[in-house]
Design a protein around this ligand. Structure first.
Ligand SMILES: Nc1nc2c(ncn2[C@@H]2O[C@H](COP(=O)(O)OP(=O)(O)OP(=O)(O)O)[C@@H](O)[C@H]2O)c(=O)[nH]1
Ligand SMILES: [Mg+2]
Length: 232
């Protein structure tokens, strides 16, 4: 199978421990795929590793966002989406928490759905605090979306999803201030704004492990942003 109509967007901030392995694995599995690494001024060797991958495989873009005004995970993904020339997009993290084999299922689901969301069925090695925080915010978010009669999925905090490029670009174009640039949950913003007519697939996968390489960039204020985003 040739994946030349798919672009994988990977936001990074200091992911030298994992980004090389991730790109090699994606290129090995998905021939013809385009990859955009959208980077917010990593100070480790992320940039050099990605540029090495670019000359080795082709079809790899390093989006250098050092000079941009808006930094943040969501801003980086939105920025990269505007560069995409393929029909389908998958967004995934650069720390190997999202299993590369799941991309195949997200991609397959995009043939019949507008959005496909990777749903974490099992989470391993998260401490009690992280688990409780995640579960609590997920429950509140689902409740808010249901009250507002908006489409929602069982794991709205997922950072692993696919979307038809035309839909993502339309939502970005029609809602210039709709995304929370410094936020962490670009999927949640997308679901809030995409409208009722879309079809959404949930793709469950085992197992989501706690981060094994590099450091977490998640802060408590990102979780507060989630609630702000849900209520916008
Ligand atoms: N471009 C960009 N990428 C970011 C930023 N913050 C985090 N990232 C990347 O976004 C992805 C998700 O961030 P993580 O720190 O892994 O967040 P998380 O998975 O919720 O938290 P952990 O479970 O602790 O890893 C990773 O690939 C990060 O490198 C940012 O400000 N800009
Ligand atoms: Mg992570």
């Amino acid at each position: 199978m040739i994946y030349d109509n798919l672009t994988i967007i990977i936001p990074t901030l200091n992911e030298e421990g994992s980004i090389g392995t991730l790109i090699s694995e994606l290129k090995r599995r998905y021939g013809g795929v385009s990859i955009i690494v959208t980077d917010d001024n990593s100070t480790d060797s992320t940039r050099d590793i990605v540029l090495g991958m670019k000359s080795r495989y082709g079809g790899v873009t390093f989006l250098d966002r050092r000079k941009k005004r808006n930094h943040g995970l969501t801003a980086s993904v939105v920025d990269a989406a505007s560069m995409v020339h393929t029909e389908y997009i998958v967004v995934m993290d650069g720390d190997l928490q999202h299993p590369p084999y799941v991309v195949k299922y997200l991609y397959a689901a995009l043939r019949t759905h507008d959005i496909a969301v990777g749903i974490r069925r099992k989470v391993k090695n998260w401490g009690a605090y992280r688990m409780l925080l995640s579960k609590g915010i997920t429950a509140i978010t689902i409740f808010i979306f249901m009250l507002r009669r908006k489409r929602i999925v069982s794991d709205p905090m997922s950072g692993f999803f696919g979307v038809r490029a035309a839909i993502f670009k339309r939502v970005i174009r029609d809602n210039p201030d709709g995304f929370v640039p410094g936020g962490y949950k670009v999927l949640l913003d997308l679901l809030r704004m995409v409208g009722p007519g879309v079809t959404i697939a949930e793709i469950g996968y085992n197992t989501f492990h706690a981060r094994r390489y590099g450091r977490s960039k998640l802060r408590l204020h990102h979780m507060v942003d989630v609630l702000r985003s849900a209520m916008r």
